[in-house]
Design a protein. Sequence first.
Lengths: 319, 316
Amino acid sequence: MATNAIDQTRRMLSLVTYLRERPGARVDEVARAFGISQDELISDLQVLPMCGTSFRGGDLLDIDTDGEHIWWHNADAVDSGGQPLRLAADEATALLVAARAVATLPGLRVSDREALLRAGAKLEEAAGENARASSRLSVTFESEGGVFADVDRAMAERRRLWLRYYSPGRDELTEREVDPIRLFVLGHTYLEAWCRLSEARRTFRLDRVAEIRLLDEAADPPPVTPRDLSAGLVQPAAEDPEVVVEVGPGGRWVAEYWPHDSAEELPDGGLRITLRTPDPASLRRLALRLGADGRITAPPELAESAREAARAALAAYGE
Amino acid sequence: MAIAKAERLMNLALCLLGTRRPLTKRELRSSIEAYLEAASDDAFNRMFERDKDDLRELGLIIDIGENVDGEAAYQARRDHNQLPPITFDPAEAAALGLAARVWQQARLAGAASGALQKLRAAGMPEAEADRGASGALEPRIPTQEAAFEPLMLACRDRRPVVFPYRKSDSPQPVRRHVEPWALECWRGHWYLAGWDRDRQGERVFRLSRIAGAVRSRAGAYTVPVPDQVRVREAVERRAGEHATATARIRLRKGCGYPLRARAAEVVDAGEWEELLIPYGHGLDAWLAEFGPDVVVLEPAELRAETVERLRAVAKG
């Protein structure tokens, strides 16, 4: 994440308090304690000697580093106070809202939940009035209790899992053996795992797990870098086939739920939505759901398969 | 080269915190190199006002008083700005470390790590690496909506706002004047609850449907903010999560697992099964998704809606 001036200032003010207590602190340890890279820390350390209570009075912070240790030669001369600064409203909000949200996760261990609630209460007290704004934001994580506990245990014990998993695109349940990589929550709770059936990394939504069993085999996923989720969960590849859906006003919601390349306004108040998906057949369901509110226009074989499915369904009603 | 903003802010903060008496703008200007280099008094004044606001955003309380000559003077008193003594055990520290990572929104992510750094400077222990569940679970709060940050600030500062809002089924956004109360994230989407001045009622807005800039308006709220704001119930009701009746359908064996998972009753019927499922708003659209694998038996109204949807698709 790019550092902005406000975040950097905030960090440097805390650094000054931290370094005062720790003469000769190690660069790697300080960087870890502050959750920043060593390069970021070094660039802070280059700014600090330009700072002080007066640039003329010679009371600039005399802080330097040999790249390994950090020395502050006039820590006593410059009054920068003892305690760190109190928590700002945004800071209290960010931590408190997050702590409350995480505490609602059903799969969280009791001891972790209790630690979180204790820490939240202390924070609220320390932040005082600045904690109030945190009631204006709330986040509910949804998590599928029973399945979650088994996945969590498999991760802790590094064991393989057997799943019966529902794929909505194909409306089918498949059985798989997977080696868990990580659990994350993004709207729903997901398991990222190495699928032994497809020999590839797969993401499973926990509320679509119909059955789960812990296996005795040890999990042995190949080393993979976790997916970068900052751009969202569904990130179609450039080579995925293109699908065009034309919707009327009643189908505009499609553009909110499906990541798409473009959504062009149509004269009737609808949209022409172009999206890519590795599995176009999975969009047949969308066409059936839309009814009169929209239709697939490309590829033609997908459009035809939706029409065929609708005709077959109507036959059961005597049409 | 111009002096970096972080250096300027840091100097202003240290001057205001370090001084034993309030300092005038003139005194501050002569103490801080970046201000001395300002091209004009105007440029300095603008810079100083912005910097003061930025430091307040960081939580600094800056008192404004007067010096002996009656000039405005500024000071950030230590006793107003110190974090009260606070200690955390390693488990609490680890839990907060996990919580601080959930934000993907730049402002809140920055604020969360800034808060942790303050607590670290106050002596909070470092988390041991990889503590089971805390290491395994990675909750993330998505905030891709551009409207999130201005609305968060408006809720915080209680400022009325106006924004163009597009209802789900309408291409044309309409300007809405709202007194924002609270933001809630549910199933990965953000919603705003507030008082809709145009419609004179409480409303819930989905942030992804805000079709342009959120602008704040001067003036106070006209309606008191309720203690408890329930965004989720309102959204659930609209999403048809509340079933009002029961439907009877036939489902082909091996298909439609989510329907079967919600069924109150499943009766075997050869190649098919007969299911009783909760019937609420939007069920016809969901059932149509299963094409020839579902047949609606009753009620007649649901059967007719589903058939109508299928006819539209069959026509192409």
